[in-house]
Design a protein around this ligand. Structure first.
Ligand SMILES: C[S@@+](CC[C@H](N)C(=O)[O-])C[C@H]1O[C@@H](n2cnc3c(N)ncnc32)[C@H](O)[C@@H]1O
Length: 287
């Protein structure tokens, strides 16, 4: 059992000692491996989330934990990154983006017999899958039976292996679909259980449009493009500007003029990229 130790900081008595050196070493590792820039204000967040790892590993201090991180085969580094990432998401979050896909991409292409029926979409930082499944629902609802004459792939990637496994499984607790309209719920979900609780499993016709893959956005991209749409929403908010510049320059290389890039509600390409033009609320077009 962990022996409680007092932190040296004057205000706090903590379960585990957590020095400036610990915080700085851990946030350096976070930056190096995820691109996430942790400000001084995130100190309590790091303490809270990583304390759980100390308990799980039966360690007594952050210094010991840093030792484990430096010695392990990389497995604890995965757990460490999973613990630090913020995975908040929801079905049809920022719903105007799904309306944009329907009204500005799918409907015009359906109406034009010469338009391409090939669609490649990347959800970068997809968390537990609600975003790509919302997209798959939008596509199925809009195209109906015509979907079989289209060639559509959604690539859903995240750094965090835990949330990615949830997305891949496609089973959501009842609370996650509480706000979904009943028509959608019965059309795209089958009642099931999750850990003995009521839950809903996505139908195979949604699942088959999506490929889930682990991908750290700091690493070179394995895909070649071209990508019609990139969702990169509520991910770069945690990156510093230089990291954002590099990321969007690499994304721009995967897109042709006219392709779309969708960001989260508090994100922008202002002073970050000139490869895209703002055409709507957090909607950018590749120039
Ligand atoms: C707040 S969630 C956003 C989920 C979804 N895009 C949405 O807007 O609802 C941010 C996601 O970005 C992922 N992420 C953070 N840094 C990443 C990186 N370097 N590479 C890939 N994914 C990353 C996190 O694991 C997390 O699941």
């Amino acid at each position: 059992m962990a022996i409680p130790q007092a932190d040296h900081s004057p205000q706090k008595v903590r379960e585990f000692a957590f020095s400036d050196e610990d915080f700085n070493a851990l946030r350096g590792l976070v930056k190096e491996h995820t691109g996430i820039h942790l400000t001084d204000q995130k100190r309590e967040l790091v303490y809270g989330r990583i304390s759980r790892r100390l308990r799980a590993l039966d360690l007594h201090s952050f210094r010991d934990y840093r030792e484990v991180l430096s010695q392990s085969d990389g497995q604890e580094l995965v757990e460490f990154c999973n613990a630090i990432t913020t995975n908040l998401t929801a079905f049809f979050r920022e719903s105007h983006h799904f309306e944009y896909i329907r009204e500005q991409i799918l409907v015009p292409r359906m109406a034009d017999p010469h338009a391409s029926r090939r669609l490649r979409i990347w959800c970068a930082g997809c968390s537990s899958g609600e975003e790509p499944y919302s997209l798959a629902m939008t596509i199925r609802e809009t195209l109906g039976d015509a979907v079989s004459r289209w060639d559509i792939r959604i690539l859903a990637t995240d750094l965090d292996s835990d949330v990615l496994a949830k997305g891949d499984r496609g089973v959501y607790g009842a609370d996650r679909v509480r706000d979904m309209n009943p028509g959608r719920l019965s059309r795209f979900f089958q009642p099931t259980t999750l850990n003995g609780n009521p839950a809903y499993a996505v139908t195979p016709d949604l699942r088959e449009l999506i490929t889930f893959k682990q991908l750290n956005l700091m690493n070179p991209f394995p895909m070649k493009g071209p990508l019609d749409v990139i969702f990169c929403r509520n991910v770069v908010i945690y990156f510093d500007k230089d990291t954002q510049r590099d990321l969007f320059a690499r994304m721009a290389r995967l897109q042709q003029p006219g392709a779309a890039l969708l960001l989260g509600h508090s994100e922008s390409l202002f002073k970050v990229s000139t490869d895209y033009t703002l055409i709507g609320k957090t909607i950018y077009r590749r120039a």
